[in-house]
Design a protein. Structure first.
Length: 341
C-alpha cells in the first residue's frame, strides 16, 4: 500500500510513520509536510534513509504539491494544532485546517483514493457530564476546534455528494515522545527539568482524556484497514484526569527518576490567568471502535507517563534544539548535503 501521510513531521504524524514502517514494512510512505514551527524533520531522523520512506516538503493548501505523487490513500494529520495559538491568531488555522483539507478532498475525489481524516474530540465542545459519542452534536468552542469541525463537515459533504471513500477519526488528548513543548505534558516535564515555573490555567480542574500516542496510531491504522467509508470513529482510552493531577503525577515521576526533592518541583506550580473559553471537560466514548473494529488501548496511564518522562530526560538535545530554534535549520542542512551527492 502507498500512503500519503500529511503532517508527518509533527508529533502524531511522526509516531504514526514510525509505527506503520514497523507494522507494515512493505508499505510505501510519502510524508508531505510544510515544516511549520511544529514540523521537525529530526522527529524522523532514524528512518529518513529507509528506501520506502520519502519526505516531500509541501503545503496541503497547494494543489501542485501532490501532483506527480502516487498513492492509494491519504492520511491527513496536517493541521495547526495548538488551541492557545488559535486564540491569538486564527488565520493559519482556517487556511490549513479548512482550505487544506478541502484541497486534499478534491485530490481524493479526482484520484478516487481513500481519505482518512484525523480529527479531534474538541469538535464536540465541552461536557460536564456523560461522554461524547459519534452522534453527539458538534459544538466547537475555540477557533482551532471550529476549524477542525469545519473540516469534518467538508469530509461529510464530500462523502454524501461525491461518494468519496472517506473516514473521520476523533481522538482525545495524546501524549508521548516527540510532542512539541508548547503542549501541557512536555511543557511540565521540560520546565521541571529546567526549574522554571509551571503555568496552570485557572483552577487546574479542567479535565482531559489522555491517550498514549502509539495507541492512537494503532487505532488510525485499524480504521484504515477495517473502517467503513463515511463513518466517524471516536478514539479514547477512558482516562479522564484533572490537569492538576496530571501535573503532580509528572512532577513525582521526574523527582523519582532524577532523585530530586518532589516538594521543590511542586513549588514550581504557578496558577495563572485562565485560557479564554477554556473547555472544562472532554470525555470520549470509544465503544464503536472497540466493538466494530476490535481496537483497544494497550498502554496504561502510569506506564505511558513513566515512558514519556524517561524519553524527555534521555532526549534533552531534541527539545533544547527546539527551544533554541536550531531544529529549524536541520532540513536545509540535510537538503544541501543531498544536493552535493
Ligand atoms: P503538530 O502540530 O505536532 O503537527 C502538525 C504537523 O502538520 C506539522 O508537522 C506541521 O509542519 C504540519 N503542517 C501544518 N500546516 C501544514 C500545511 N499547510 N501543509 C502541510 N503540513 C502542514 O500536531 P499533532 O499534535 O501531531 O496533531 C496531528 C493531527 O492530529 C492534527 O490534525 C490534530 O488536529 C489531530 N489531533 C491531535 C491531538 C493531540 O492531542 N495532539 C488529538 C486529536 C487529534
Ligand atoms: O483533545 C484533543 C486536543 O488536545 C487536540 O485536538 C489538540 O490539537 C491538542 O493540542 C490538545 O488540546 P488541549 O488544549 O487540550 O491541549 P493542551 O496541551 O494545550 O492543554 C491541555 C490542558 O492543560 C488544557 O486544559 C489547558 C491546560 N494547560 C495547558 C498549557 C499549555 C495549562 O494549564 N497550562 C499550560 O501551560
Amino acid at each position: 500500500m502507498r500512503l500519503l501521510v500529511t503532517g508527518g513531521a509533527g508529533f502524531i504524524g511522526s509516531n504514526y510513520i514510525r509505527y506503520i514502517l514497523s507494522a507494515h514494512p512493505d508499505y510505501q510512505i510519502l510524508n508531505l509536510d510544510k515544516l511549520t514551527y511544529a514540523g521537525n524533520p529530526e522527529n524522523l531522523k532514524d528512518i529518513e534513509t529507509i528506501p520506502n520512506y520519502t519526505f516531500v516538503r509541501g503545503d496541503i493548501c497547494d494543489r501542485e504539491s501532490v501532483r506527480g505523487l502516487e498513492f492509494d490513500a491519504i492520511i491527513n494529520f496536517a493541521a495547526e494544532s495548538h488551541v492557545d495559538r488559535s486564540i491569538l491568531d486564527s488565520s493559519p488555522f482556517l487556511r490549513t485546517n479548512i482550505m487544506g483539507t478541502h484541497n486534499l478532498l478534491e485530490t481524493a475525489r479526482e484520484r478516487d483514493c481513500i481519505f482518512l481524516h484525523v480529527s479531534t474530540d474538541e469538535v464536540y465542545g465541552s461536557t460536564e457530564n456523560g461522554f461524547f459519542t459519534e452522534d453527539s452534536p458538534l459544538r466547537p468552542n475555540s477557533p482551532y476546534a471550529a476549524s477542525k469541525a469545519s473540516s469534518d463537515m467538508l469530509v461529510r459533504a464530500y462523502v454524501e455528494t461525491y461518494k468519496i471513500r472517506a473516514m473521520i477519526t476523533r481522538c482525545s488528548n495524546n501524549y508521548g515522545p516527540y510532542q512539541f513543548p508548547e503542549k501541557l505534558i512536555p511543557l511540565v516535564i521540560i520546565n521541571a527539568l529546567d526549574k522554571k515555573p509551571i503555568p496552570v490555567y485557572g483552577d487546574g480542574m479542567n479535565v482531559r482524556d489522555w491517550i498514549y500516542v502509539e495507541d492512537h496510531c494503532r487505532a488510525v491504522d485499524a480504521v484504515l484497514h477495517k473502517g467503513a467509508a463515511g463513518e466517524v470513529y471516536n478514539i479514547g482510552s477512558r482516562n479522564e484526569r484533572p490537569n492538576i493531577e496530571v501535573i503532580r503525577l509528572l512532577l513525582g515521576k521526574v523527582a523519582e527518576r532524577l532523585d530530586l526533592n518532589e516538594k521543590d518541583l511542586t513549588g514550581l506550580i504557578s496558577f495563572v490567568k485562565d485560557r479564554e473559553g477554556h473547555d472544562r471537560r472532554y470525555a470520549i466514548d470509544p465503544l464503536k471502535i472497540e466493538r466494530q473494529i476490535g481496537w483497544g488501548p494497550l498502554m496504561s496511564f502510569e506506564e505511558g507517563i513513566s515512558k514519556t518522562v524517561d524519553w524527555y530526560i534521555s532526549n534533552k538535545q531534541w527539545w533544547e534544539r527546539i527551544i533554541s530554534g536550531e531544529y529549524m535549520r536541520y532540513y536545509d542542512a540535510q537538503y544541501r548535503e543531498r544536493l552535493k551527492k
